[in-house]
Design a protein around this ligand. Structure first.
Ligand SMILES: Cc1ncc(COP(=O)(O)O)c(C=O)c1O
Length: 354
């Protein structure tokens, strides 16, 4: 339908339809699509007028965009530690890192399990900070029944190739604040405002628009998302159950308040095992089980943040331990049939025997 239409770009009705459906699914009033989940974070910071002289608290463990979005608007990312087994930003470490320059916290719902949004929300209220949820992993995830992206002033999603809802590339900001939504949409659409001429630009905007082709793919994929989440949830429980006697694996600890998880990643840490995490991963790869040996370093250990004065770093012993002993299985493993899960469990068990 898109192919045959005169509109392949962001003004095709499919784009708006996807924005409305996805935002509603995430329990937010407005969705502003973008061409990826990196620029959607930059857009959120831009709309909140966060820039030079400001600090934004981010977790030491995430994909690089969580931090570079802050740097690209001219603010300073402040890296704080994660919790030992949830892999999410530690609210106590957030409190320690607040200064008069702090304007916002970017909370990443790592692997699909929500951060403690109650505690982060309280900190934000007490210290007059903005909470931005980087929900790139958390399509469909919920905290006490309320979905990711609806707790902060903005929630940012990615539809990049590896995500549970994907169109190769794509992103979206969700919010329930109408004023901020209008502002974000205007920036993402060349400073235009609704009802005015196409060549009238009211602010310095840019073009972050998603294409109609991507929206068409996303609308189709979106219908399958709830069923896929169910399958992954079932298979994650099955795999963990089959390995429950193994003391060497400590799975991601997910608070009871996480009532739904996308299961983007099935995360664990290898503790007191007879082999190293890297040997474990290599043995699994040889057995055909996809496993990623976590991130190779914390965000602040990236060359970009080794340069002087580009960031502030709080002590992050947990993040540094996880770099050595954590791993994840990708969501595609959890979409497999039960036989594949059972044979993956066998391969994991045998990999742990030296
Ligand atoms: C936590 C997190 N934030 C942001 C992004 C950036 O999304 P995109 O690749 O769509 O720019 C990713 C993507 O991989 C991510 O994992």
């Amino acid at each position: 339908m898109v192919l045959e239409s005169p509109q392949w770009g962001g003004f095709h009705p499919f784009v708006r339809e996807f924005e409305e459906s996805f935002a509603a699914y995430q329990h937010s009033a407005f969705g502003i699509s973008t061409f990826n989940g990196t620029v959607s974070l930059e857009l959120a910071l831009d709309v909140l007028e966060i820039g030079a002289g400001d600090e934004v608290i981010v977790p030491a463990i995430s994909f690089i965009s969580t931090a570079t979005a802050v740097s690209r608007v001219g603010a300073v990312p402040v890296f704080v530690d994660i919790e030992p087994y949830s892999f999410n930003i530690d609210p106590r470490r957030v409190l320690d890192a607040i200064t008069p320059q702090t304007r916002a916290i970017i909370a990443v719902h790592f692997g699909g399990a929500l951060c403690d949004v109650d505690e982060l929300g309280r900190i934000c209220r007490d210290h007059e900070l903005q909470l931005i949820e980087d929900a790139a992993h958390a399509h469909g995830s919920a905290w006490n029944g309320k979905r990711a992206g609806s707790f902060g002033v903005f929630g940012s999603f990615s539809f990049q190739n590896g995500k549970v809802l994907c169109a190769g590339e794509g992103g979206m900001l969700v919010t329930s604040n109408q004023h901020l939504a209008e502002h974000a949409r205007s920036v993402a659409n060349q400073g235009r405002i609704p009802g005015r001429s196409f060549y009238e630009h009211h602010r310095i905007g840019t073009n972050f628009r998603l294409t109609a082709f991507q929206a068409a793919v996303l609308l189709a994929q979106f219908e399958r998302l709830p069923g896929q989440i169910e399958t992954r949830t079932h298979n994650a429980a099955l795999l963990k159950d089959q390995l429950s006697d193994l003391p060497e694996i400590v799975w991601q600890q997910v608070p009871a308040s996480v009532t739904e998880s996308s299961h983007y990643l099935l995360l664990g840490r290898l503790v007191r095992a007879r082999i190293t995490r890297d040997e474990f991963q290599r043995k699994l790869a040889a057995a055909g089980v996809p496993c990623t040996p976590f991130y190779p370093h914390t965000l602040y250990d990236n060359p970009v943040y080794q340069m002087e004065k580009t960031c502030r770093v709080a002590p992050c012993p947990i993040a540094e331990e996880c770099v050595r002993d954590a791993f994840w299985f990708p969501h595609r493993l959890l979409l497999a049939g039960e036989e594949t899960i059972t044979s993956a469990a066998k391969a994991i068990r045998s990999a742990l025997r030296k």
